[in-house]
Design a protein around this ligand. Structure first.
Ligand SMILES: [Zn+2]
Length: 274
């Protein structure tokens, strides 16, 4: 047996493959194929929701990550006792259905392309907003911090506690606590309104640049260490990423970020204006 091969990193939303495993999952049936266009929820960093669509004509009611141990035991989603991509495991895309399909059957896989398009826009916007936030906060670092791919102190990586992608939007939560202060970041007199204006000016410039976006993958396995790339006027931006993206930043026309500060928690929401 092997890990599931995935075609979503290159933007595919349909395919045809063979069912290689049926995993019991309570009332549901977890179907595994050898190759799929479906993006499952990641169990380690669950930022982008699972794709919707059909397998063999049946609705995919959920799509989760599965992991098969060396002894053949399969764990699903939060029950997986290993980190994403850990050695010694097979990593599976598990399509959940209400009705079983036989192992060995050849099936069509169709992802809901409209829903996927929204998640692609939300995910690319999330990465661009994070880079714009890093730039807007760059002068608040009193010590040398690990830089992002554009050379700014990487506030996003240093402070993020959760990231959630939704259709055409995202919600990132950052912790401005003692550990960040020890790393040299000052949150003194942080004005979320002013910060949002800086982030939005940068986002508008990057949308206007219509920069190309791509996902690089070392291999086709589900947990391959893929990287998001965007060729911005400032340079080549890159962020490790397991999700899906638009082809150009121009597709994000109208994206707006909102920032709010509550105690030591900074929240950045992105979405379409109006
Ligand atoms: Zn990502």
């Amino acid at each position: 047996m092997n890990s599931t091969l995935v075609t979503f990193p290159s933007g595919l939303t349909s395919g045809r493959s063979t069912i290689v495993e049926a995993v019991p999952a309570g009332e549901r049936h977890g179907l595994v194929v050898s190759e799929t266009p479906f993006h499952p929820l990641d169990h380690t960093w669950p930022d982008q929701p699972a794709d919707r669509g059909t397998i063999g004509g049946l609705p995919v009611v959920d799509c989760v990550t599965g992991a098969r141990s060396g002894t053949g035991e399969i764990f699903l989603g939060p029950d997986i006792p290993a980190r994403r991509g850990a050695e010694g495991w097979d990593w599976l895309v598990v399509h959940m259905t209400g009705t079983p399909l036989p192992v060995g059957a050849e099936v069509d896989l169709e992802v809901d392309a409209g829903y996927r398009a929204g998640l692609c826009a939300g995910h690319t916007g999330c990465h661009l907003a994070a880079l714009a936030l890093n730039a807007a906060l760059a002068d608040r670092w009193r010590k040398e911090a690990r830089p992002d791919s554009l050379g700014r102190p990487d506030f996003d990586q240093a402070a993020i506690t959760s990231s959630r992608i939704n259709p055409y939007g995202s919600v990132d939560v950052y912790r401005l606590g003692k550990s960040l202060r020890k790393k040299g970041f000052s949150a003194e007199d942080l004005d979320p309104g002013k910060l949002a204006r800086q982030v939005n000016d940068q986002l508008a410039a990057w949308v206007a640049a219509d920069a190309p976006v791509r996902v690089e993958a070392p291999d086709r396995g589900l947990t391959a260490r893929r990287t998001w790339h965007c060729t911005l006027p400032e340079g080549e931006a890159s962020i490790p990423c397991g999700g899906t993206h638009v082809g150009r930043t121009g597709e994000l026309a109208g994206i707006v970020a909102e920032l709010s500060l509550d105690d030591a928690t900074l929240t950045m929401r992105t979405g379409r204006a109006g």
